[in-house]
Design a protein around this ligand. Structure first.
Ligand SMILES: [Zn+2]
Length: 334
């Protein structure tokens, strides 16, 4: 099996020749930027450089599937959010919330032609053409709740969830329209699967009841309209919501280190595949031996795809990221 075949088999819950390594959240390092000569922030608006930099996650670090979009906030940026584009050691983030009322929430006809969405689609086309026969090419959209937090402000969203839930619902309808359009364009450009970054709906942000009432139907509607496999990421300890996540229709769940791998595997069995959950603080600060220990725990629990539990810092040493593929090789080839 090559990397792409291995990843797609595991994503579908099958049994590949060995467990694949993938990432869906942003991942690059300052070391990789130096070795490829492709640096943030320029790569976010340069498809050729973004593709080259991210392919190094396969070539230098041993990843079987890589997400070719680094910036989390592509859709808000295309819809007018001011951006801090960051630096080689700092990921981009949004600086303004352009939607005050639902009347502001309009999706322009040229959304897919706007920066940085257009650059990310071109990055996926280049990646598919150049690497797509051997590695899995992943795309990325925001989750609708996280997108609304960027467009309307985190505090406004959390307050209005209680005070004016109908307004939040109206905003979310518009978010879903934009996100479905971006997701399906990524599949047309050649993505094998896309991730849905719903970090803003983390365990500390929404109770299980609030998730079930306001967001589960939105996730269901959105995923049913996306023409390919989806990998949802939600931060934190989501154990109290796992029965609800099974109803979203997602293909796979990228869980973070707050959820023990064995518990995650038991809850997901037969419902969706799972991907996780190496501690990203340890990927930054710990020694490779600790990373290997966590990989072994995930393998023993039957996690389908090994990956970081969330976005990783660009300051992570390559040696720690490489420790994941090395640990898989050691355990499964012995
Ligand atoms: Zn996360």
């Amino acid at each position: 099996m090559n990397s792409r075949e291995r990843f797609l088999a595991a994503l579908a819950g099958g049994k590949p020749d060995r467990t694949p390594l993938a990432h869906v959240a942003a991942m690059t390092t300052t070391e990789l930027q130096q070795s490829t000569g492709c640096f943030m922030p320029a790569v976010h608006l340069d498809a050729e450089q973004q593709a080259r930099l991210i392919a190094a996650n396969h070539d230098a670090l041993g990843f079987d599937a890589v997400s070719f979009i680094i910036n989390f906030f592509g859709e808000p940026a295309a819809l007018g959010a001011e951006m801090d584009w960051g630096a080689p050691d700092r990921l981009p983030t949004f600086m303004s919330n352009p939607w005050r009322t639902p009347e502001d929430a309009i999706i322009p006809g040229d959304l897919l032609d706007r920066q940085p969405v257009s650059t990310c689609l071109e990055t996926i086309r280049i990646a598919k053409r150049r690497y797509g026969d051997r590695i899995a090419v992943l795309g990325k959209i925001m989750g609708p709740f996280s997108m609304l937090q960027a467009m309307h402000g985190v505090e406004n969203v959390l307050m209005e969830l209680l005070d004016s839930p109908l307004q939040i619902a109206a905003f979310l309808v518009v978010c879903v329209e934009a996100l479905v359009r971006c997701a399906n364009a990524q599949f047309e450009a050649g993505a094998d699967a896309i991730s849905i970054g719903e970090g803003g709906a983390g365990a500390r942000m929404l109770s299980p009841a609030a998730y079930e009432g306001c967001l589960l139907p939105v996730h269901q509607r959105m995923i049913s309209r996306i023409h390919g496999p989806t990998i949802m990421h939600i931060c934190g300890d989501v154990r109290s919501r796992l029965h609800l996540l099974a109803q979203t229709g997602m293909t796979c769940f990228n869980f973070d280190w707050a959820v023990p791998p064995a518990e995650m595997a038991a809850a997901a069995a037969g419902k969706f595949s799972i991907m996780g959950n190496i501690n990203t603080t340890d990927l930054l600060c710990a020694a490779p031996a600790e990373i290997a220990r966590q990989v072994e725990e995930c393998l023993a629990a039957g996690v389908h795809i090994i990956s970081p539990g969330c976005a990783t810092s660009p300051k992570c040493p390559n040696a720690n990221l490489r420790a994941m593929s090395e640990a898989i090789g050691r355990v499964q080839n012995r």
